[in-house]
Design a protein around this ligand. Structure first.
Ligand SMILES: Cc1cc2nc3c(=O)[nH]c(=O)nc-3n(C[C@H](O)[C@H](O)[C@H](O)COP(=O)(O)OP(=O)(O)OC[C@H]3O[C@@H](n4cnc5c(N)ncnc54)[C@H](O)[C@@H]3O)c2cc1C
Length: 396
């Protein structure tokens, strides 16, 4: 097959990129190569469905810029295409005095990032808007919302095809060779010759980058995020999305309560090192992938640094009692019987050689390829902005 541009990966980042490329190049052949039999099968289809407002991210970072721009582009896309979303707002809650400084820093950061309507909440006001909460102080973020990202992907896919693009499912990219004037991508079916390739392979973005570049200085470490759903009887305990104050040393937000756009409330996700990249169950294990992570010098350093947190997360994965205890820090009335196990997701988190868990998004640009090396949360919120940025970088 010949194409002008091939995008590897039919998650939300790959689809948003393909969509913007079809808008930019109406006369070029643009193809998406996806290994599964459906789009959005991995991170995108198993996430929390939150439209992040940009509260957490370092001003000036790619995350801050793309989350804030992406937020507005996403709402506009939903409005134009009748996709339902709900700007239900969230509260970030300090439950101990030691968290108050970090809560204040978050508030300042949110204001620096241009968020509107942020409200610092004392205990009385917290109780007023979330009567069952245990917090001593909080921030209300009215712009945060919820959506179903699979709905957005389905609409993006429809638009890509309307614009002349193609989505090839069940197409696994196996190897990549760059020649003088083209890139040759070998798949399980045949091969694709193209002028430009964009790697949006999520959990396998490092493997796909290695197929092209030989080696890279990061590895994707998979972290499973497990969820429980609240029973209908317990749903009245949660009005907004409720988050703890995050640990700044760790790239995850801590277990929280999330309303879902289709109804119901999820609690989680935790962050457990997964023994397989697409390991949604505790028992999933892949020898090569497991040792690939363990042998990476950066991950060994991460384990040394965070072994206590890691073991705690793993224990919480097996012990519902311990998971419930973490949730009770926010809402003491929650009981084990209020929680029903729900499907997990696996996050792709890039880790460098020195043991740094990359905080910001990372793109690597080559003559004939752009590799999206790190696109963790809030990449679903940011996807339309990331896709537009990548389309702007392609020059054919
Ligand atoms: C548990 C969890 C909760 C999250 N919550 C939120 C949230 O509330 N809000 C938010 O904004 N973000 C959230 N995120 C982050 C967000 O979901 C991801 O950042 C985003 O979905 C990444 O999209 P992607 O397209 O890069 O990756 P993916 O959705 O993983 O897509 C990558 C695609 O590449 C395909 N692929 C891989 N290798 C190959 C190959 N060799 N050949 C062909 N295809 C290949 C895969 O099959 C997959 O479909 C969450 C993530 C998780 C896991």
């Amino acid at each position: 097959m010949n194409a002008d541009i091939a995008i590897v990966g039919g998650g939300i980042v790959g689809l948003a990129t393909a969509y913007h490329l079809t808008l930019k190049y109406t006369d070029k052949k643009i193809v998406v190569l996806e290994k599964e039999s459906e789009i959005a099968h991995h991170q995108t289809g198993n996430n929390s469905g939150v439209i992040h407002s940009g509260l957490y991210y370092k001003p000036g970072s790619l995350k801050a810029k793309n989350c804030i721009d992406g937020y507005h582009m996403l709402l506009e896309f939903c409005d134009e295409n009748n996709i339902s979303y709900d700007l239900c707002g969230k509260v970030v809650v300090a439950t101990e005095k030691s968290e108050l400084g970090r809560l204040r820093d978050l508030y300042d950061r949110g204001r620096e990032n241009g968020l509107e309507g942020l409200e610092m909440l004392g205990q009385a006001r917290l109780r007023e808007i979330e009567p069952h909460l245990a917090g001593i102080q909080g921030i209300r973020v009215p712009q945060t919302g919820i959506v179903n990202y699979v709905d957005i992907c389905n609409k993006l896919a429809e638009k890509i095809e309307q614009n002349g693009g193609e989505i090839h499912l069940n197409t696994v990219v196996k190897s990549i060779e760059e020649k003088d004037d083209e890139v040759q991508i070998v798949t399980n079916k045949s091969f694709v010759e193209c002028q430009m390739m964009v790697n949006c392979a999520g959990l396998y973005s490092d493997s796909v980058a290695k197929m092209h570049l030989g080696d890279i200085d990061t590895r994707i470490i998979p972290f499973r995020g497990e969820y429980y759903e609240l029973t209908a009887e317990a749903e009245h305990l949660v009005k907004h999305l409720i988050y703890p104050v995050p640990d700044p040393a760790f790239p995850f937000l801590g277990v929280h309560y999330t309303r879902m756009i289709g109804g119901g409330i999820e609690a989680g996700p935790n962050a457990v090192f997964a023994f397989r990249k697409e390991g949604y169950k505790r028992t999933d294990f892949d020898f090569k992938e497991f040792f690939g992570s363990l042998m990476w010098p950066g991950f060994q350093k991460v384990m040394l640094k965070y072994w206590k947190t890691g073991l705690g997360e793993m224990y919480r994965s097996f012990s519902k009692k311990s998971f419930t205890k973490a949730l009770q820090r926010l809402i003491p009335e929650i009981k084990e019987e209020d929680l029903v196990a729900a499907p997990a997701g696996v996050r792709a988190q890039a880790c460098d050689r020195t043991g740094g868990l990359l905080d910001d998004f990372k793109l690597v640009t080559e003559k004939r390829a752009i590799h999206v090396i790190n696109a963790p949360s809030p990449a679903a919120t940011s996807s339309l902005s990331i896709g537009k940025t990548i389309a702007g970088m392609v020059d054919l």
